[in-house]
Design a binder for this molecule. Sequence first.
Ligand SMILES: [Zn+2]
Length: 269
Amino acid sequence: MRKKNRRNFIPILEISLFKFCLIILCIISGINSQAYSYTARFRQVKDKRFIIYYEDAPYTILKNILLKANYYADRIKKDLGLPFGKDKIEIYIYRDLKRYLSLTNQTSPGAVTSLKERKIQTYFGVGEFLDIVLPHELTHIFFREFVGLETKGIPLWLEEGIACLQDKQRRLSYRTILRTAAGDNKIFSLEELAGISDLSQLEEDRQEIFYTQSTGLIDYLINKFGKDRFLKFLQALRDNEFSLALESTYGFKKIEELKEEWQRFLRIR
Ligand SMILES: [Zn+2]
């Protein structure tokens, strides 16, 4: 997996992004943790938009999380047009992995996000949190708040692609990865991509291609047609099926048409 400069968290574990995303999927399916019952044990740092509950994390790190969370919220609004939403977002920082696993009922290291409760839970020392996980999870929260928590039929590639686009490194590298994958005949057709709703059925390298390809598609839609149209597309998703929203906003009658345009876009950039 990619090595990064981790300025503020001591990496005690190497965790790939797609593992975080698998955890997110569980939350989307409605599996929630029980952290609220432990709130009394936490101290907190907060501002107008975020509350960070923590056990033993150093104060400077907490302040930095607050700073970064606000920065990402502003950036997501600027890049995608997705507003922060009504309520504050809670970020829980458990003392260590052991506490995290026991208090969230998770079985894997990383972070877990409840979209409905607008709550992210992780632990002190988790790798990649500030640079990758935090912007990714915040985008999931803002996106779902915008299109509606109960809105059905949103393809997984759209949901994950939007979140992955906030990973700067992935944004910069996806073309190279996709060209290699295409050369190895490992790329998904858009029909295949659209049909994927459970990543646990895929091998890890295919999961990674799924995320990369999803990132590329969202980047294409925003780069080619602009942010405003993308936001209209997301608005259309609130009340329409995906294919109708795609056609009414972008004029693609079939997903096949999007594929042809997207492949052209990949080749020329
Ligand atoms: Zn995700």
